[in-house]
Design a protein around this ligand. Structure first.
Ligand SMILES: *Cc1c(COP(=O)(O)O)cnc(C)c1O
Length: 484
């Protein structure tokens, strides 16, 4: 009697399915150039997937067919060139290859002596070079900037707490700790303050100037007021590339303030890391080299398939002290498989970790920083082009924020009060998505609903922006006519 295994009875039959699947996947990417940006998941496909819990096995060929029919066509649409909503990279085929081979290797990158661990150290090292942090800094690949932010602020908390925060907790060692981020900072910051026990109120919202950059005079006044009230300012979180408008905070001035005040200087460069590759924006982004911690994403402007981000921490000791503490069964040894220090599980909350570094490595090696830079600069030029075209369509269209980097925010002007025009612009965006013409998103600026275009997609062409704008004008006019 043979013992059970999950290996296939026929490897070559499974191989045929794999080869067909790879062909389908590559066709999915190639066809994406002409496909509608988004297809709403049909009810029939949803119903087909909501099956009873599978007790008995199903032949993998059948499983694959169900995936191909019910799942594959109905992704979020970011592999398509007309997708420029929120902040989504389009991914690269080479990144997919890395992810596929990582799945074959099936490594746990919590630690130990193996090459997946080594390759993550390679990628972390490259990122120190990109950002200008010293080689002595520590780093960890994460699911994204949200997780990277939690880790960075946890390390900041360790470094600035009054005693042993890990042992004694906030009530004893973290009393009165407050920090600062602009009103345009990403919501992941507030979430981190909540999760780490500071409370959201401990993250002070610093007002922004007309360019939507942190108002540094206000920052200084807020720090002084908090100190006078007996609180303990410990951190300023600056943003390179805000989600609303792509603004870059004055990093040099914030770094000076942090130095003078003895504060942890954190930088959220989730997609704005790309500014380092732009002649026009590089100077504003370069002072991130003075940061105590930096968080950014590979799955945005670097075009690595989801999900992949990174946290870098200048004070490797504080980073390690925050997350280390393995018990005996996880002890390191000098030789054998249990060697390989440092272990990544000592630099974040997760013990078992996926081999994210491989898809980053494949993407960076295959395209080089030059390839990524070419996309960044193309997208920045496209944003300027689109902003120009929007301005030329006045008074039907109105820009709602200056376009400095890669984001264009504007609205369609229709009849009625502000609420009616806000409604109209929300409808136009949903109309565009449902028609499969383009996928912008919306945001609110000074109470006005903006159609928001964020260009981080390497596949976007000028013709996609032209089709999008024609769609806005046509669908807007149609809605206005229908309401008259
Ligand atoms: C996307 C983004 C985040 C969150 O990153 P995730 O990778 O989605 O977790 C944080 N800050 C900024 C500026 C972002 O653009």
């Amino acid at each position: 009697m043979s013992e059970p295994t999950l290996d296939p009875a026929d490897w070559s039959a499974l191989g045929a399915i794999f080869h067909a699947a790879v062909d389908d996947g590559l066709a999915h990417l190639q066809d994406a150039l002409d496909a509608p940006v988004w297809l709403a998941p049909p009810e029939a496909a949803k119903a087909a997937l909501h099956e009873p819990l599978p007790q008995a096995p199903t032949p993998v060929a059948e499983v694959y067919e169900s995936f191909k029919a019910n799942v594959l066509p109905y992704g979020v649409g970011n592999v398509r060139p007309g997708f420029f909503g929120w902040v989504h990279g389009a991914g690269t085929a080479e990144g997919v290859l890395g992810d596929l081979m990582a799945a074959f290797m099936n490594c746990n990158v919590g630690g130990r002596a193996h090459m997946a661990n080594e390759l993550e150290h390679v990628v972390v090292g490259w990122c120190k070079e990109i950002t200008g942090l010293p080689a002595s800094a520590s780093g960890l690949l994460t699911s994204g900037t949200s997780m990277a932010t939690i880790i960075a602020l946890a390390a900041a908390r360790t470094a600035h707490a009054d005693g042993d925060i890990g042992r004694d907790g906030m009530a004893v060692a973290g009393r009165g700790m407050v920090a600062y981020g602009s009103t345009e900072a990403h919501s992941c910051l507030a979430k981190a303050f909540d999760l780490l026990g500071f409370g959201r109120a401990a993250l002070r919202p610093v007002p922004v100037n007309a360019a939507r950059e942190m108002d540094c005079d206000a920052l200084e006044a807020m720090i002084a007021a908090d100190r006078a009230a007996g609180l303990k300012p410990f951190c300023v979180a600056a943003t390179v590339g805000t989600v609303n408008t792509g603004a870059i905070d004055d990093l040099a001035r914030i770094a000076d303030i942090c130095e003078r005040e003895g504060l942890w200087f954190h930088v959220d460069a989730a997609f704005g890391i790309g500014a380092l590759f732009s002649e026009a924006h590089r100077a504003k982004a370069v002072p991130m080299a003075r940061a105590a911690s930096i968080a950014f994403d590979f799955h945005k402007w670097f075009q690595v398939p989801y999900d992949a981000g990174i946290v870098l921490v200048r004070d490797a000791k504080a980073h390690y002290a925050t997350f280390a503490g393995r018990k005996e069964y996880l002890a390191t040894s000098e030789r054998g498989l249990a060697a390989g220090e440092p272990w990544f599980c000592d630099y974040g909350p997760e013990l078992s970790r996926t081999f994210r570094a491989l898809k980053v490595w494949f993407t960076l090696k295959s395209h080089g920083l030059d390839g990524i830079a070419a996309i960044v600069n193309k997208n920045i030029a496209q944003a300027a082009y689109l902003a120009g075209r929007v301005a030329a369509e006045a008074p039907r269209l109105e820009l709602l924020a200056p376009t400095s980097l890669n984001i264009v925010c504007f609205r369609y002007i229709g009849p009625g009060d502000a609420a009616a025009v806000n409604r109209l612009n929300k409808d136009i965006v949903a109309d565009l998505q449902e028609a499969g013409i383009a996928a912008p998103s919306t945001t609110t600026l000074n109470g006005l609903t903006a159609i928001r275009v964020c260009l981080v997609n390497h596949r976007t062409r000028r013709q996609d922006l032209d089709a999008f704008l024609a769609g806005v004008l046509e669908l807007g006019a149609r809605r206005v006519a229908a309401a008259a």
